[in-house]
Design a protein around this ligand. Structure first.
Ligand SMILES: [Zn+2]
Length: 481
């Protein structure tokens, strides 16, 4: 027995690595727990859900700019320092309530009232104007008015002074000509032009959404399938049945309901606010190349605090922001010198339609003559591995990541990013200008997307660490390519 245990001990001892694995460029200095702590703070009440324009967002931006300064990053702008301003409008929903009045002949009043629960049953779009109105509802399919395509959900129904109710989507998801009609902004405008008081979007879950324009005297909301089913009951329809019929027949199905809703919203709209991109860089070591720059970025903003509900956005996108912050810190502390400059950017107003990223692409700091590539992180905290997108045709980017992943072992699959339908996150603003991009997202599931449930408790420090390390190594390689 004694001798056997010695042998086992020796076998185990010899199978252990003599030294912990040494990663290139001191990448082991990047710590998942440090990133996790940053996510925790960014997603906390202190920053009020980081709604661009709101002081919660600006406070977070100031905090990060302070760290960039402490680490000796060069401010991106001679005029503005680390905080690059851009104009933005935003809205805060202070209070809201909603009731459905189900048509019921058996009831004395003719109606049965059901009060919907905030977030679970209904949620205003995060740009809804204030109003308190009760009116009938007209179902209008996808809410699309596209005479040039011979398709009109508003044909033959009277919507003046009523609420219109519809799904997000189009009759033919593969037909790109419908894409502009599927933008929230287009759909809201059509409803307003047709005299509607507001638009009721049917979603399985009414998730938060600030991606649209405030329209005076117009109250868009989302309701759950369950709430929509109550309204549709008088016709014997269900939301899921109507949706599949719309997709199957590709023809408008529009009709008025006797049932009513009451929508009450109290909001404050700020038409002339300021958003910020936070940006600092490490200067390239080769004088002839330092005017070329690699951008390492993530969106800092999320959906804010409304009706007392904190949308903290731990995964979306405190996670990606914290990864960029940690990579910036590692560049500074490890004194990384790349031939080209490497700039770290926290974008504002991604949730409102990539506004911050588009702004910086169009108003890029003048000292830089060329953007070599852009690496984006969006939702990198849930799960245990990564997916990596790269600009189609740029196989060298995919190979660069794959080479570094031999050390990290976190990328589960690669996919090419094309021009069509690329609107997912900030890298799209760069990709559409012909700049090669890499995009990291964790494998999820991201099940609490845009709800109050997107909290620190679903974040995994080890996936944060792996994705930050591979982003760090990839940024160094791009800076030297
Ligand atoms: Zn996001």
């Amino acid at each position: 027995m004694y001798r056997l245990s010695i042998i086992i001990f020796v076998i185990i001892y010899l199978s252990l690595p003599v030294f912990p694995q040494v990663l290139p460029e001191n990448a082991e200095s990047i710590s998942g727990f440090s990133i996790y702590e940053t996510v925790d703070r960014l997603a906390s009440e202190e920053f009020r859900g980081r709604h661009t324009g709101d002081r919660g967002y600006t406070d977070a931006a100031v905090w990060i700019a302070g760290m960039f300064e402490e680490w000796g990053l060069v401010p991106a702008s001679e005029e503005h320092g680390y905080m690059l301003p851009f104009p933005i409008q935003y809205t805060i929903i202070n209070d809201a309530s909603m009731s459905v009045y189900i048509f019921d002949e058996g009831d004395e009043s003719g109606y049965r009232e059901v009060v919907l629960e905030p977030e679970k049953g209904f949620l205003p779009l995060l740009y809804s104007d204030s109003a308190d109105r009760t009116a009938e509802v007209v179902f209008v399919g996808w809410g699309i008015h596209a005479p040039e395509l011979g398709y009109d959900d508003y044909f033959g129904v009277e919507t003046e002074g009523k609420f219109v109710m519809c799904f997000r989507g189009t009759p033919d998801p593969r037909d790109r000509r419908y894409q502009v009609h599927d933008e929230h902004r287009t759909r809201m405008q059509r409803a307003k032009e047709n005299g509607a008081l507001g638009l009721i979007y049917i979603y399985e879950e009414p998730i938060a959404n600030p991606n649209g324009d405030w329209i005076e005297n117009f109250t868009p909301v989302k309701i759950s399938y369950a709430a929509a089913n109550m309204l549709l009951e008088e016709k014997g329809f269900t939301a899921s049945g109507l949706r599949s019929d719309l997709l199957k027949y590709k023809r408008p199905i529009s009709f008025p309901l006797k049932s009513k809703v009451r929508i009450h919203v109290e909001s404050d709209h700020y038409p002339e606010a300021t958003g910020y991109n936070v940006a600092g860089f490490v200067e390239g070591s080769v004088p002839s190349l330092r005017n070329e720059v690699v951008v390492v970025g993530a969106h800092l903003d999320h959906c804010g605090t409304h009706m007392g509900l904190l949308f903290g956005g731990a995964d979306d996108n405190a996670s990606g922001s914290a990864v960029v912050i940690e990579v910036a810190k590692a560049f500074a502390e490890n004194r990384i010198e790349t031939e080209r400059s490497v700039m770290f950017v926290l974008f504002g107003a991604e949730e409102m339609g990539l506004i911050g990223a588009r702004y910086i692409v169009d108003n890029f700091p003048e000292r830089f003559t060329d953007i070599t590539g852009m690496i984006n992180f969006d939702m990198v905290g849930a799960g245990d591995g990564a997916f990596c997108g790269y600009s189609a045709g740029h196989n060298e980017l995919r190979e660069l990541v794959a080479r570094n992943d031999e050390y990290i072992e976190t990328v589960q699959s690669f996919y090419p990013i094309g021009d069509i339908g690329v609107r997912g996150s900030d890298h799209a603003a760069f990709h559409l200008k012909g700049i090669p991009v890499l995009y990291f997202v964790s494998n999820g599931p991201h099940i609490k997307y845009h709800t109050t449930g997107d909290t620190i408790y679903r974040m995994n420090p080890s996936v944060l660490e792996d994705i930050a390390r591979i982003g760090y190594l990839s940024a160094i390689d791009l800076g030297n390519k």
